[in-house]
Design a protein around this ligand. Structure first.
Ligand code: NDP
Length: 293
């Protein structure tokens, strides 16, 4: 049976996310001790009943579960290095964003100093943290996750991915890849509408409708990626390549930056020309994936 931990945590890093975590934990009755490099942010958290540690060593001594919410993993070493003698027996739950490889290296670093390690990828912003739709990817040893799960509950639904500690960041960055390019594509569309003198609010419902349509498309594309290595159909490639070209032309004609549109067009052009050269249709998924299935 996993050992239960006390209803208290330490939060290190009080940017918008660390502040939201502190508020959410406090609202659920969890005792919280905070530390932040710029001490005024830690001071401000007293309003929510959080105790402020003067030093990282004090912050580590205050609880068994230590949440890190820092800009990246490099900051973790900077913060913990001066207090490594306090790490034995502690569970470091790093909820900062970085790469799977950085995460695996950090887990090794913490474990070599006597601590336990859990990685988290927070799928919420400061406003929505802990709401019904928010969730957190976790990865690391199952026992460490089980022992911390209760105290982490106020951060949102837990999605435990497995013992490979890099998995939380892999899934987090994969979702972020959709989010970042999707958001930029939406802004390109808004710019096309705006530069054409059309009201953005008139266009919005159509953009929102296209989001709904994507759920079914994602399922179909995921099935093709799994079963056949993507959408391998030369007629489809020709149609999509022509469409991507029209988007570039329309974008350019209204004076909007074509960088994103050309990058998209380039993928369709490459898939089509490779398919025509070899006589075997290859998919854009295969092209991006980079290795034969
Ligand atoms: P911020 O960049 O605003 O805050 C980062 C925190 O890290 C601050 O407390 C900052 O201290 C501290 N920090 C940075 N570098 C160092 C360092 N070298 N030494 C000590 N402290 C350091 O980020 P957020 O709060 O927005 O996000 C935190 C993490 O959560 C990030 O990895 C982010 O990607 C992730 N995340 C954020 C979301 C959001 O909506 N904000 C959503 C999902 C994930 P100081 O105050 O002194 O500068």
């Amino acid at each position: 049976m996993p050992r239960a931990v006390a209803d208290s945590v330490t939060v290190i890093g009080l940017g918008p996310m660390g502040q939201a975590m502190t508020r959410s934990l406090r609202a659920s009755g969890v005792e919280v001790t905070v530390w932040n490099r710029s001490s005024e942010k830690a001071h401000a958290m007293r309003e929510f009943g959080a105790a402020r540690a003067d030093t990282v060593a004090q912050a580590l001594d205050a609880g068994e579960v230590i949440l890190l919410s820092l800009t990246d993993y490099a900051a973790m070493y900077e913060v913990l290095e001066p207090a490594v003698d306090r790490l034995p027996g502690k569970t470091i739950v790093n909820l900062s964003s970085d790469t799977p490889e950085e995460t695996r290296a950090a887990a090794g670093w913490v474990r070599a100093r006597g601590g336990r390690f859990l990685a988290g990828g927070v799928m919420a912003d400061g406003e929505s943290l802990g709401s019904a739709d928010s969730y957190v990817f976790y990865s690391g040893e199952r026992e460490v996750f089980d022992a911390s799960a209760e105290v982490l509950r106020p951060l949102g639904r837990a999605e435990y991915l497995g013992a490979d500690v890099g998995l939380a960041q892999l899934y987090y960055q994969a979702v972020l890849a959709i989010f970042l390019s999707g958001l930029l594509a939406f802004e390109q569309a808004l710019a096309m509408i705006d530069r054409s003198g059309e009201p953005i609010e008139r266009f919005l419902p159509y953009a929102q409708q296209s989001m709904g349509d994507m759920r079914a498309l994602y399922a179909a594309v995921a099935a093709m990626a799994t079963d056949t290595g993507g959408w391998r159909d030369i007629a489809h490639l020709r149609m999509m390549t022509a469409g991507a070209g029209h988007v570039v032309e329309t974008t350019a004609a209204v004076g909007v930056d074509t960088g994103l549109a050309r990058a998209v067009q380039n993928h369709w052009l490459r898939a089509l020309s490779e398919s025509e050269r070899t006589g075997v249709p290859i998919s854009t998924f295969e092209l991006v994936r980079g290795h034969p299935q």
